[in-house]
Design a protein around this ligand. Sequence first.
Ligand SMILES: [Zn+2]
Length: 114
Amino acid sequence: MHELSYVVKIVDKAISAMNSVEGKVVCVHVKIGELTGALPEYLKMYYKQATLNTLLEGSSLSVEYISARAKCGSCGKEYAPNRKNDYLCPYCGSADAVFISGRELTVDKIEVEK
Ligand SMILES: [Zn+2]
């Protein structure tokens, strides 16, 4: 259950972003990569608790789930890495891959009501 620590990070980022913005927060949009292992429904559940008595209280969390993609360093092909085969390249079996997406944990947009 590491969703709670992710939510704490998201809330921190959103609150510091709100230092320079006026208005009531309606919705916080985040991007979460598959490789973080976080499940959107848990993030939303913890978000409610984590935002109590903060600037974000009463706002909702919108989660965009980003699938993991890797690019093989040997054959150059892109693929969806899979833990079951140790993230190896399905085309050539190389372990020399770079993850190009899937590790995101970013606050994309904050919707405010003036
Ligand atoms: Zn390959």
